[in-house]
Design a protein around this ligand. Structure first.
Ligand code: PLP
Length: 250
C-alpha cells in the first residue's frame, strides 16, 4: 500500500466531479486518500448555482493536518481564487503533484478567476509533476503565457513546460471529431506520447477528475509519468465505458 493521495479541491453537490469523485477514484483503485476542501458548491449536471469559498486559513489547516502523516502524491483541482492558490502553494507537502487546472465548469461558470490562473502558473506550476488541461483550459492558460488562445498546442505545452512543470497531459475529449479520444502527453521537446482510446459516446462529468486522481495514485506507487498516465487512461476508459453503456436508453 502506498502513502495516501492528498486531494485538494471543491465539493460538487451532484457528486459528478470534485473531491468526492477524486476520493472515490482513489478508493476504487485500492488507494487511500486525505482531503482538503477549498469550496462548497451547489450544482447539478447542468448548472452551478452557488460557490462558497472555504477561508484560506481553513484550507491551510486541512493540508497541514493531512501532511502530518506521509503523503504519496497530491492532486489539486478547483481553487476558486488567487488567495487559495497562494495558500495551497505555501503549505503543499513535497510529493509528486498532479494539477488539474479547473477554470470553468462545463456549464460555463468560472471556477477560478483570472488572478487565480496567473497565480497558478507562478506558484504551483513550477512544482507540478503532471498538468492535466482539457482543450478549453489549455486555451485559457495560453493567454497567461503570452500566447494567443488559438496558438498551436505544442507551442502552448512548451511554454507551460518552460514554467517548470514536468509534463503536460492535454485531454482531447473536447475535440468534436472522430471515434477515438486522444490525449497527448508532452514531456519536453519532441513529439508528445499519444494515448488513444475509443471515444465514450455520451458526455460524462468527472472523467477529468478520475484521470488526474488515478495518475496521482500511480505516481504515489512509484510509476514513471508515462506509466501513470497510460494506466490511468486505461482505468478511466474501463470505468466510464461501463457507465456510458448502463446510461444508454433501451
Ligand atoms: N465542480 C468542481 C468542484 C470541480 O472540481 C469541477 C472540475 O473538476 C467542476 C465542478 C467542473 O466539472 P465539469 O467540467 O464536469 O462541469
Amino acid at each position: 500500500m502506498s502513502a495516501p493521495v492528498l486531494i485538494i479541491g471543491g465539493m460538487d453537490s451532484s457528486g459528478g466531479a470534485g473531491v468526492l469523485r477524486d476520493a472515490a477514484t482513489v478508493a476504487a483503485l485500492g488507494g487511500d486518500s486525505r482531503v482538503a476542501v477549498t469550496a462548497v458548491t451547489a450544482q447539478s449536471d447542468r448548472a452551478v448555482s452557488a460557490v462558497h469559498m472555504v477561508p484560506p486559513a481553513v484550507v491551510a489547516a486541512q493540508i497541514i493536518t493531512a501532511a502530518q502523516g506521509p503523503i504519496g502524491a497530491a492532486k489539486v483541482g478547483m481553487l476558486v481564487t488567487r488567495r487559495i492558490v497562494e495558500t495551497v502553494a505555501e503549505v503543499l507537502p513535497d510529493a509528486p503533484l498532479v494539477l488539474d487546472p479547473v477554470i470553468r465548469s462545463s456549464s460555463g461558470r468560472t471556477l477560478l478567476d483570472s488572478g487565480g490562473v496567473r497565480a497558478l502558473i507562478a506558484t504551483l506550476l513550477p512544482r507540478t509533476t503532471v498538468l492535466t488541461p482539457n482543450l478549453p483550459e489549455l486555451a485559457a492558460l495560453a493567454a497567461q503565457v503570452d500566447l494567443a488562445a488559438d496558438a498551436a498546442e505544442p507551442a502552448i505545452a512548451r511554454a507551460l513546460l518552460a514554467q517548470g512543470c514536468q509534463a503536460v497531459l492535454v485531454k482531447g475529449g473536447h475535440a468534436d471529431a472522430g471515434d477515438m479520444a486522444e490525449d497527448r502527453l508532452y514531456l519536453g521537446g519532441g513529439d508528445p506520447i499519444r494515448l488513444t482510446a475509443p471515444r465514450i459516446g455520451i458526455r460524462l462529468r468527472g472523467t477529468g477528475c478520475f484521470l488526474a486522481s488515478a495518475i496521482a495514485l500511480y505516481l504515489a506507487r512509484g510509476d514513471s509519468i508515462p506509466e501513470a498516465a497510460g494506466r490511468a487512461k486505461q482505468d478511466m476508459q474501463a470505468r466510464f465505458v461501463s457507465v456510458a453503456t448502463a446510461a444508454e436508453p433501451g
